[in-house]
Design a protein around this ligand. Structure first.
Ligand SMILES: CC(C)(COP(=O)(O)OP(=O)(O)OC[C@H]1O[C@@H](n2cnc3c(N)ncnc32)[C@H](O)[C@@H]1OP(=O)(O)O)[C@@H](O)C(=O)NCCC(=O)NCCS
Length: 220
């Protein structure tokens, strides 16, 4: 199965295509999403430079096999954009409304490997270091999940990360996603790598609609 993007292999996947479970979903009429502090939008040429800077930051990329070169970062933008065409959703560029600054990405994608939980739709995020600690990832992911469950009628969304990535796991937990240790898996693209062991979190449409266990919304 070839797909648009996944957390680890974004820079190695060659060609986007809709996964079986999302093929045929309607493209969102307007991909733009607005939240209290953020715009989630399609990618623009001027995003490439700040995006490459964050992909070249070792702290941002601590739980990835390597930082990205400018060319790899640009290629990732192209695959992300192609994913919108394939799936009708994607990893939106996240912009701060107040400053107009690109903060990173958050959104929905289709994992490009086979595992017990695939095919699936994943919610994911990557923000510049300076944008951490402000609730932006949770705010953006809340909006992305709303879009996925309402416009795309998804039954379930998953999220996964290497088990050491506590900040990412905390976002999953703030969203009300839950982990069953039996779902933990070794990422097939990272066989033998120190980051191979992954945790999987899930949230279903009914649970999402029932509302958050803790606030997902910005505090002020
Ligand atoms: C994962 C990542 C997006 C998490 O970012 P984050 O800033 O920790 O997460 P949130 O945006 O949800 O912010 C939550 C924090 O903001 C704080 N915060 C401050 N103001 C806030 C507000 N108005 N509303 C909500 N939270 C607020 C929260 O208290 C919390 O702080 P804490 O971490 O000290 O508990 C970020 O660490 C990252 O980009 N990492 C690198 C890429 C990566 O690993 N991606 C995942 C790969 S699978």
């Amino acid at each position: 199965m070839r797909v648009a993007y996944d957390c680890w292999k974004a820079d190695r996947l060659k060609h986007p295509a809709a996964a079986p479970n999302v093929a045929g979903l309607p493209a969102a009429a307007d991909a733009l999403i607005e939240t209290a502090r953020l715009m989630l939008r399609r990618w623009r040429p001027e995003d490439r430079e700040p995006f490459a800077a964050m992909n070249g930051d070792r702290e941002v990329m601590e739980f990835f096999p390597s930082i990205l070169t400018r060319a790899e970062s640009d290629a990732l933008v192209e695959r992300i954009e192609a994913g919108f065409t394939a799936n009708g959703f994607g990893l939106w560029a996240v912009e701060a409304k107040e400053s107009g600054r690109l903060l990173g990405f958050t959104g929905l994608s289709v994992p490009g490997f086979e595992a017990p939980f695939t095919p699936a739709v994943e919610v994911g995020w990557r923000l510049a270091r300076s944008a951490w600690g402000s609730g932006y990832a949770t705010e953006a992911a809340t909006a992305a999940l709303d879009r996925g469950f309402s416009a795309h009628h998804l039954d379930e969304v998953v999220s996964f990360t290497t088990e050491q990535n506590i900040r990412s796991r905390a976002v999953m937990e703030r969203l009300g996603m839950t982990r069953t240790p039996d779902d933990d898996f070794d990422h097939p693209a990272l066989a033998g790598h120190r980051l191979a062991r992954h945790v999987l979190y899930r949230i279903g449409a009914a649970r999402w609609r029932a509302g958050p266990a803790v606030s997902r919304r910005p505090e002020g």
